[in-house]
Ligand binder design. Sequence first.
Ligand SMILES: [Zn+2]
Length: 292
Amino acid sequence: MRLFWEDRPFWKGNFHCHSTRSDGRHSPEEVAKIYQAQGHDFLVITDHRKLSEQAHFMDAMLMLPGMEMDFMLPAEALHIVGFGMSEEFMSSKGWLIGPQQCIDAMRRYGGRAIVAHPAWSLNTPDTLNGLRNATAAEIYNTFSGTPWNGARADSSGILDVAAAHGKLYNYVASDDSHTYTGEAGYSYTMVQAEELSQQSLIDAMDAGRFYCTQGPRFEQITVEDGVVSVQCSPVEMVVFYSNLVWSQGRCLSGKDIRNASYSIAGGGAETFVRVQLVDHEGKSAWSNPIAL
Ligand SMILES: [Zn+2]
C-alpha cells in the first residue's frame, strides 16, 4: 500500500489563523499577503465564532472559508476549527450547542472539522476518544508554543495516548497566528489533491492523503509485508511511533537520511504506526497514523 500518489503535487496550506475580525493583529487581506509571501497554496482564516469569506482565489492562493469555535468543559477547553462551510452554517446555530454538534454542523454545511491544539486545551483521552467525524487534530500548533503561549505546541503525546486507546486522528500542523511575530508559516499541512479547489482538498483530506510539517518532506510511505518504509527529503532522524511502549528499531539517526523502514511487530500487538521526521534544524514532519 502506498499512501501517496507518485505523480501529483502537494498543496501547502494553513488551516488555522486569525485576523482583526477577532483577535488577530492584521486584516484578512494583510494575513493573506503574509501567507502568500510564505509560498502557501491555500489558507483558511479561522476567526473566533466568525466565518470567513467563501472560497476564492487571491492571485494563485486559494482562500477557504473557516471559523474557530470554543467550548469550556470541566478542567479543559475544546476548540474546533472548521473549513469549507457554506454561509448557511452560521445561521444554523447547531455549532453553538456542544463540540459534537459543532463538528456535525460543520460537516452538514459542506465543511470539515479539526480538533485544535489538544495539548494547549488540556484535553483528556476520554474527550478526544468521545468525538466522532473530526477530519484531523492539530499535532502541532505554533502559537501554543513559546514565545507566544507557553510550551504546549506539540500534541503528539496526548494523541498517541488517544491512539493507543483506539482513536486514530489524522494530523495537521497549524500556526494559529494571532500576532504575526514569527509564527506565520512555521507549521503547515501538505495535501495531495487532484487540483487546487475546495472540493478537491476536502476529498484528499477525507482520503487521508496529507502530512504536516515545519520543513521536511515526505515523498512516499509504503506498507508492505509487515514493513513500513519511508522516502523523504534529507533528515537527521526518523522515528516510528506506535502503541507499543518499547519497540526495536524505532529510531534511526544519521546524516542525510532519505530512506527508512520499520518492521511491524507480529501477532497483532501493534495497532498503529506513525512516522516523524526531524531535520538538521530540529524541524519536524509528521505522517498520519497508519492503522494496522
Ligand atoms: Zn485559534
